[in-house]
Design a protein around this ligand. Structure first.
Ligand code: ZN
Length: 382
């Protein structure tokens, strides 16, 4: 029997704070490594006065850069994996971890390779507007992948089976009906083979849309709490958050690509790198895209936090037992080793969800408001 009113574990919070700091240091290290790596590549290519013009050579350069980076970055990724094993979060065997790294690299080569080829094709055909064309291509990619991810990408990493808890399945589908939508089934995602962290999501759109619940969540959350988690996901659906996020992301992509294109034209004219459509400037272009995207990161994180808060509000208003929302938050903090009150600057710059403490406070605030409204209406009827 699962305790219906979990409490925040102070010892887990102490660990969560330390783990968060260590993860941030690792991510920062990774970021700087990528920048240094791209700068080194560009210096080498520019010094050699290299020219990379045909499609095969372009893919060759991209693949070589991607594979070598995987090797250079391996100690860092390994450290991250060992860290999460040390905290008891990762349950993955080293073999399975390596296999995942290879699958990720494979996906990067296929999807990233296609985007790189299209970029240089567009740069050759439309030297002025290639960046705008690519923003359109990326938008199409994003929409298509959002549809295909639950059937093509996610199964590469996790096993899915229909949820075998009939009672929970029925409750989740009732919630879906209440949100005025339809899904193609409720699935268990076998997360426990790789992690102890709990998660649930509404994946895909159109013919691939489905509810996905981690077996790590069904095993340790009460039905009320699982329902609160899914109600939050349905809140995203009701507010069309996927499409809003894609729209904002498109604007950011246009800005980042446009700024990167302007910078490339500038450093190309100065003779520092081979100008487009010569792909010998690929590391510089990659670097500029990484930097400009990072500049816009806090904006998209802010927009995401606004959407998350709205989804929380929806969950609290629609769940059968609203207090279960708090239970689910506390359980997530304990189980996933999530920091409930991160430093404010960390939340502002890096968090795409509000801090858990803030999410619990929203519940208390809404409860107080609805109690206030109830008292008022009782007072008026008297
Ligand atoms: Zn959400």
């Amino acid at each position: 029997m699962i305790d219906p009113d979990p409490v925040l574990d102070p010892e887990r919070q102490r660990l969560a704070k330390r783990y968060a700091r260590q993860k941030r240091a690792l991510a920062l290290g990774s970021g700087f490594l990528l920048l240094a790596y791209l700068v080194a590549w560009q210096i080498a290519l520019s010094a050699a006065h290299a020219h990379v013009l045909n499609a095969l050579a372009i893919f060759g350069l991209f693949a070589l850069m991607a594979v070598l980076f995987e090797v250079v970055e391996l100690p860092n990724s390994w450290l991250g994996y060992q860290l999460s094993r040390g905290y008891g979060l990762s349950t993955q065997s080293p073999g399975s971890w390596f296999a995942d790294q290879l699958k990720g690299l494979g996906l990067l080569l296929v999807l990233g390779g296609a985007l790189v080829e299209l970029t240089y094709l567009a740069a050759r055909l439309q030297p002025q507007w290639w960046w705008l064309i690519m923003a359109g291509v990326i938008l199409l990619f994003t929409v298509l992948l959002a549809n295909l991810a639950p059937v093509l990408i996610a199964p590469l990493f996790f096993k899915f089976t229909p949820l075998d808890d009939e009672e929970l399945s029925r409750r989740l589908l009732a919630l879906v009906a209440k949100a005025g939508t339809r899904v193609r089934g409720v699935f268990t995602m076998h997360l426990s083979e790789k992690t102890t962290a709990a998660n649930a999501a509404l994946m895909g759109w159109g013919n691939t849309r489905r509810i996905v619940v981690g077996d790590t969540l069904t095993g340790s959350f009460t039905h009320d709490e699982a329902e609160a988690v899914l109600a939050h996901e349905l809140g995203h659906h009701v507010h069309h958050d996927v499409w809003r996020a894609i729209a904002l992301q498109s604007v950011i992509t246009i800005a980042a690509l446009g700024l990167a294109a302007a910078c490339m034209a500038w450093i190309g004219a100065a003779g520092w790198v081979a100008p487009l459509p010569d792909a010998a400037g690929m590391p510089a272009l990659g670097l500029l895209l990484v930097l400009w995207t990072a500049v816009f990161g806090p904006i998209s994180n802010w927009a995401s936090r606004v959407a998350e808060r709205r989804a929380d509000e929806y969950a609290i208003r629609t769940a059968t037992r609203p207090r279960a929302f708090v239970g689910s938050m506390i359980r997530l903090a304990n189980q996933n080793l999530a920091e409930v009150d991160p430093p404010r600057w960390v939340e502002l710059l890096l968090y795409d969800h509000p801090a858990i403490q803030r999410r619990i406070r929203l519940f208390e605030q809404l409860q107080a408001e609805s109690q206030g409204a109830r008292r008022e209406s009782q007072g008026a009827s008297r």
